[in-house]
Design a binder for this molecule. Structure first.
Ligand SMILES: *Cc1c(COP(=O)(O)O)cnc(C)c1O
Length: 377
């Protein structure tokens, strides 16, 4: 079956009790049991909830995974995946992941004896050298936030698997519509459903999708033991969001290409970061690995002053963190999403004070471009 058919039907069976076509919000903390040890498979809502179960089935199917788990946020999803490693284990972390992911490793997991190294995973030779005898996981994000560098998921998976090491990919920027990491050998996919999967900027959530039965059993055990579950209402919202994922991503991709093209020609823009541009260093890889290039575009204005002028002059684009919603959002990575990354590291990655990031929404693209044009001039 095609992607949209799966998006609309997987997990979305009519409700057994009433026939409701839309999966109901099962807003309950517990379930009546018929007798001692006899129940309908639901005992307590941290452990099982039908609305969450429907969403878990849905996104797992979209990623081509056997198992899926919905979490209270993207960060709690990532944290749960990191509970597959133990004190004394080493993790290779892409050097340009989401700022919160770096903070989780740097400020939290490091307190529990989990070692990590930041590695530029866009270069396979770099990656080969980073393995240690105690390496247990490679965690990558592609394309990266906000400079959009692309990692070859098949190459990373081959290198890691040759050493018996798991590969995790944060697929938030692409969504399963534009990129399906498991098809390239990735073991575990992580999402912030807050972004494209929900798509309407009205819910915070996370997701883990994977095929390995033993790892899935542990992730499920952690989900129940720690309890960072997605609520029934948020599960409903994300399930509603994924039904239109294909049409939304097509529109984000279409608008993203046009906005990137406009910026690339603009005299006040020094550089544009977008894998869809032929000038992008990994354009060919992005074409092979992704079904499109998406709606995330970053550009260099040259200085903090120039960036501020743009960010404070836009009228349609909303100044704010986050991404992946239907509305265009504009942000300043150095002071917002990447403030927790040390300044030297930011500079090295190209996250300068003049860098501006846009999450291109699905408004009429002429209006987005007109807004950026007036803000730049
Ligand atoms: C937002 C984001 C996260 C964190 O997700 P939350 O839902 O905010 O906890 C992780 N990775 C990427 C790429 C993100 O954009």
């Amino acid at each position: 079956m095609g992607f949209s058919t799966i998006a609309i039907h997987a997990g979305n069976e009519p409700d057994a009790a009433t026939g409701a076509v839309s999966v109901p919000i099962y807003q309950t903390s517990t379930y009546a049991q018929e007798g001692l040890g006899r129940h309908k498979g639901y005992e307590y809502a941290r452990t099982q909830n039908p609305t969450r179960a429907a969403l878990e089935k849905n996104i797992a199917a979209l990623e081509g995974a056997r198992f899926g788990f919905a979490f209270a946020s993207g960060m709690s999803a990532t944290d749960s995946v990191l509970k597959l490693v133990k004190a004394g284990d080493h993790v290779i972390l892409g050097d340009n992941t989401y700022g919160g992911t770096f903070r989780l490793f740097n400020k939290v997991l490091s307190n529990y004896g989990i070692e990590f190294d930041l590695v530029d995973t866009t270069d396979a030779a770099n990656l080969e050298q980073a393995f240690k005898p105690n390496t247990r996981m490679v965690f990558v994000e592609t394309p990266t936030n906000p400079v959009m560098s692309v990692t070859d998921l098949r190459a990373v998976s081959e290198i890691a698997h040759a050493r018996g090491v798991r590969v995790v990919c944060d697929n938030t920027f692409m969504s399963p519509y534009l990129q399906r990491p498991i098809e390239f050998g990735v073991d575990i996919v992580v999402h912030s459903t807050t972004k494209y999967l929900n798509g309407h900027s009205d819910s915070v959530g996370g997701f883990v999708a994977l095929n390995d039965e033993k790892d899935a059993e542990w992730i499920g055990f952690v989900q129940n033991s720690v309890g960072a579950i997605l609520s029934p209402f948020d599960s409903f919202l994300v399930l509603r969001g994924t039904k239109t994922l294909a049409v939304r991503m097509e529109a984000h991709d279409r608008n993203g290409r046009q906005v990137a093209g406009f910026l690339a020609e603009h005299p006040k823009v020094q550089k544009v970061y977008y894998p869809g541009l032929v000038s992008h260093p990994q354009h060919e890889l992005a074409k092979r690995q992704q079904k499109g290039f998406g709606g995330m575009v970053a550009f260099e204005t040259g200085s903090l002053d120039n960036a501020r002028k743009v960010l404070e002059s836009v009228k349609l684009c909303i100044l704010g963190e986050s991404l992946g919603g239907v509305e265009s959002l504009i942000s300043h990575p150095a002071s917002m999403t990447h403030a927790s990354v040390p300044p030297e590291k930011r500079e090295q990655l190209g996250i300068t004070d003049g860098l501006v990031r846009i999450s291109v929404g699905i408004e009429d693209v002429e209006d987005i471009i007109a807004d950026l044009d007036q803000a730049l001039s």
